[in-house]
Write a protein that binds this ligand. Structure first.
Ligand SMILES: Nc1nc2c(ncn2[C@@H]2O[C@H](COP(=O)(O)OP(=O)(O)OP(=O)(O)O)[C@@H](O)[C@H]2O)c(=O)[nH]1
Ligand SMILES: [Mg+2]
Length: 166
């Protein structure tokens, strides 16, 4: 099982998605601080919206196996900069949320495009409210974590320095 940290602008549906995947009642509560669950780390949207908090996201991401960037559809607002995924030495996936609000395929494509430009791969499309599109995401998260890109493994694979006394 992979532990995912959810990042995305305020109100994009991170907490509601976790509630849905936990089969909890869907109740709105504003995320005020990082919330650690066994399988998810929920972050406040402000951590994406205010650059000053990027450092907190990066530090908190150390406890996750995968970064999940969340972009709601039906809006042209985003705080996900292009290539944001390169901030992390871990797999970065995308989640288009609130698919039930899409007025047509263009809305979904727009949101997917934002996530792909940010470097997320693969991109899932879900609605926590309508409980659609969840299975592929559940299957992905159920798989073993991919730790091949982690810094400690990379460092460990480096050839020993030549001619340097231990
Ligand atoms: N239509 C629709 N509304 C949703 C969906 N998911 C969440 N919402 C609504 O969007 C609002 C914000 O949802 P949250 O899950 O609290 O958003 P968040 O990303 O956790 O926001 P912060 O905690 O502020 O970062 C709530 O009123 C939810 O009911 C969805 O799939 N469809
Ligand atoms: Mg929240």
């Amino acid at each position: 099982m992979k532990r995912a940290i959810l990042m995305g602008m305020s109100g994009c549906g991170k907490t509601t998605l976790i509630q849905r995947l936990h089969r909890d009642a869907l109740t709105y509560h504003k995320t005020q601080a990082v919330e650690h669950h066994l399988d998810f780390i929920d972050t406040p949207g402000e951590y994406m919206e205010i650059r000053h908090y990027y450092r907190a996201l990066i530090v908190t991401a150390a406890d996750a196996d995968v970064i999940a960037l969340v972009q709601e559809c039906g809006t042209d607002r985003t705080w996900l900069p292009p290539a944001f995924a390169t901030t992390f030495a871990k797999p970065v996936i995308g989640i288009v949320s609130k698919a039930d609000l899409a007025t047509g395929p263009a809305d979904l494509d727009f949101a997917r495009d934002i996530l792909r430009r940010a470097g997320a791969q693969p991109v899932f499309t879900v609605s926590a409210l309508a409980a659609t599109g969840l299975e592929p995401l559940i299957d992905y998260l159920a798989g073993e974590p991919d730790r091949s890109g982690w810094a400690p493994a990379t460092l460990g694979n480096e050839p020993a320095a030549q001619g340097v006394a231990p």
